[in-house]
Design a protein around this ligand. Structure first.
Ligand code: ADP
Ligand code: ZN
Length: 649
């Protein structure tokens, strides 16, 4: 496995409405099943029953007390029945095969012999069973199930709304706790780091909330709604809180996702209540997290949730339109999928301002690390800049977590201060999961060492490869070993030669196994997946295939969620085949190069494996020492791989 820090966020899926639907269907079927028998039986007059017995149309009956049930051998049409109550009015004719009737109170002493002469089989049940527990359960069981389900749903909803176990009846009472009003620990811009552009855009809002007169005197109105757009954990909630904290106004918040599972009508009522409270405490801030889960374009909603989502959304729109501009209530909303939002939400006077919150760059990450280590004792040798450099792709929330894990590790190790090593190990744990004590045979360990060394050697000898800063064969999470490479600086633009170098390096694990053992294992699954994705992107997104040229073949799904979120556009069969062929070519060429380079450096490969088997983990310095290789030359020293006639500048 070869690794770079970074993560793919996942969207939780809401299945409650599907579950509700399935439960209702099951209930319906149960009712049909249990109640079906007696429901289908049509009451007929006693005399009709006797007539039918006399004419040989009845072969068997069940009797229970004074009630008799049975089947007519040939169905009887009801209006033809003399004195039938169903005849009254203009009831349509009904064909009856299962009937029920009641023996009159004065009893019919001749009934038994009458039935016997007409060969009717008699079976009987005791009277009590009609009202027995099982009867009750069969009758009411499904209803109880429905009620139980609703109670469960209420409790869940109430709990999610912050009722903290308030349960069904707490739903209305828990209002006060629903919104985070705790201003005891006020958040300020001091607590927000690394997202300066977004912060600067909000400074103005703070000023407005502090001195509304300054603006209103000039006839200016504040923006009503601001959309904070950015990946999860980048600090959107934190920013909203900081705005409230800086302006010293109350902060009311709710999360869009809690409405998706809510009972119809509650969402809209909540919104009304939320805005009412905010108005009463104006100037104030309302923060709606995950607004995409309610603000999703109408018609795009999930089954069952649609009407509730729409009602909630409409209520938000109504409330925002109701602002007179004098109220000093500013609504901040957060999302990572702005493109899915209903256009109505983005119209002027609603969320017409957009503030993008980006993942922090290296300097930003260092600043965030500083914020979250403010109250922690740090060792003098600890270099936060170095930690920031090894963590591209991590969000503010990830970095906060990293600081905490490092502190936990330091405590576990009995140290008084947090050291660099604690951060490195904490990072490894966060990215790959905790160390996994598994017993490996010597042969397996050696094979893993060759796999990782294959990645590492290529990271040293392929020009343009990212420096290798750590190799380990300590199993962690899903990985049996890991090679870490990190770019010397955050990269925003990837030269083709760099991408090729990366693919060659990714295939180095398998290539080493092949060169040394001549056989393959499953250990390269992850590498193959990553290499293929990268090669596919080169062909379909970055115009790096000569055969396909600069045509975009995969569209951006969600620019805020990183590079992985793409989908192949609809293309012709020939184009699809060509894409596959070009991807194969990149992978196959890289694979051959990887094997070739490892054969050439077999000596260094063996040396690295020997060192890994005895020491398990090697850092950058040790890797260079053991292999005697210099770091890979940087790309700027290289000729451009694109043919000169194609280079524009
Ligand atoms: P989001 O709302 O974008 O998902 P949050 O604001 O909930 O992210 O971030 C969670 C936590 O991560 C914050 O409470 C804060 O402690 C930390 N954090 C995130 N971004 C930053 C940042 N830019 N500066 C400092 N801390 C941050
Ligand atoms: Zn690998």
């Amino acid at each position: 496995m070869s690794r770079r820090p970074g993560g793919t966020p996942q969207q939780p899926q809401r299945k409650t409405w599907t579950i509700l639907f399935i439960v209702l269907v099951i209930n319906y079927l149960l009712m049909q099943w249990f109640l079906g028998g007696s429901n289908n039986a049509v009451p007929v007059p006693y005399t009709v029953f006797k007539q039918q017995v006399a004419s040989g149309n009845v072969h068997a009956i069940h009797s229970q007390g004074t009630s008799i049930q049975g089947q007519f051998t040939n169905p009887v049409t009801l209006p033809a029945l003399e004195g039938s109550p169903q005849q009254a009015g203009s009831a349509p004719p009904r064909s009856v095969s299962t009937f029920t009737t009641v023996v009159p109170d004065f009893a019919d002493p001749g009934l038994e012999s009458f039935l016997a002469t007409h060969n009717v089989q008699i079976s009987a049940r005791p009277i009590e069973s009609g009202s027995s527990l099982s009867g009750l359960l069969f009758g009411f069981g499904p209803v109880l199930l429905i009620i139980a389900f609703y109670v469960w749903l209420y409790r869940r909803a109430a709990k999610q709304a912050g009722g903290m176990g308030a349960g069904m009846f707490g739903l209305g009472k828990s209002k006060a706790r629903r919104y985070d009003q705790s201003q005891e620990k006020k958040v300020s811009f001091e607590d927000v780091a690394g997202i300066d552009e977004a912060e600067n855009e909000l400074v103005e809002i703070v000023d407005f909330l502090k001195n509304p007169k300054k603006y209103t005197a000039l006839g200016a109105t504040a923006p009503k709604g601001i959309l904070l757009v950015g990946a999860p954990g980048t600090g959107k909630t934190l920013l909203a809180k900081a705005v409230a904290g800086e302006a010293d106004v109350p902060f009311f918040s709710m999360s869009g996702s809690e409405f998706v599972e809510m009972i119809v009508g509650v969402g809209a009522a909540r919104v009304r209540d939320l805005f009412k409270q905010a108005r009463e405490h104006a100037p104030s801030i309302i923060f709606i997290d995950e607004i995409d889960s309610i603000g999703r374009a109408r018609g795009q909603a999930v089954m069952g949730g649609a009407s509730e989502q729409e009602q909630t959304l409409n209520q938000i729109l109504t409330e925002m339109d109701g602002f007179s501009g004098k109220e000093d209530v500013i609504v901040l909303a957060a999302t990572n999928q702005p493109e899915t939002l209903d256009k109505a939400l983005l119209r002027a006077g609603r969320f017409d301002r957009r503030v993008v919150v980006n993942l922090p760059d290296k300097t930003g990450r260092e600043a965030i690390l500083q914020v979250h280590t403010r109250e922690k004792p740090l060792a003098a040798e600890l270099d936060l800049m170095e930690v920031a450099a090894t963590t591209p792709g991590l969000s503010g929330a990830d970095l906060k977590n990293l600081c905490n894990e490092a502190a936990l590790l330091a405590a576990k190790r009995g140290q008084a201060e947090i050291r660099q090593k604690d951060f490195i190990d904490a990072l490894e744990k966060i990215i790959l999961g905790p160390e996994r004590p598994i017993i490996l045979s010597n042969a397996d360990r050696e094979r893993i060492a060759y796999h990782e060394s294959g990645h590492a050697i290529l990271g040293l000898v392929v020009p343009g490869a990212d420096p290798v800063n750590r190799v380990t064969i300590v199993p962690r999470g899903q990985a049996l070993g890991v090679t870490y490479q990190r770019p010397p600086a955050d990269r925003y633009n990837y030269p083709e030669a760099y991408l090729r170098a990366r693919i060659i390096g990714m295939l180095g694990g398998r290539a080493a196994e092949e060169v040394v053992y001549g056989t393959k294992t499953t250990g390269a699954e992850n590498d193959i997946e990553q290499a293929t994705e990268l090669a596919r992107s080169m062909v379909t997104r970055w115009g790096m295939s000569e055969k396909l040229g600069m045509v975009q073949l995969a569209s951006r799904q969600n620019p805020y969620l990183g590079v992985g979120q793409r989908q192949l556009d609809a293309v012709s069969e020939q184009t699809a085949a060509l894409i596959d062929a070009e991807v194969h070519k990149i992978i196959n060429d890289s694979h051959e190069q990887a094997k070739q380079l490892l054969r050439e450096h077999r000596h260094q490969l063996d040396a690295l494996v020997a060192a890994l088997l005895s020491r398990e983990t090697l850092d950058e310095h040790e890797i260079l020492e053991v292999t005697g290789l210099p770091p890979a030359p940087a790309l700027k020293d290289l000729p451009n791989p694109v043919k000169p006639e194609n280079t524009g500048a």
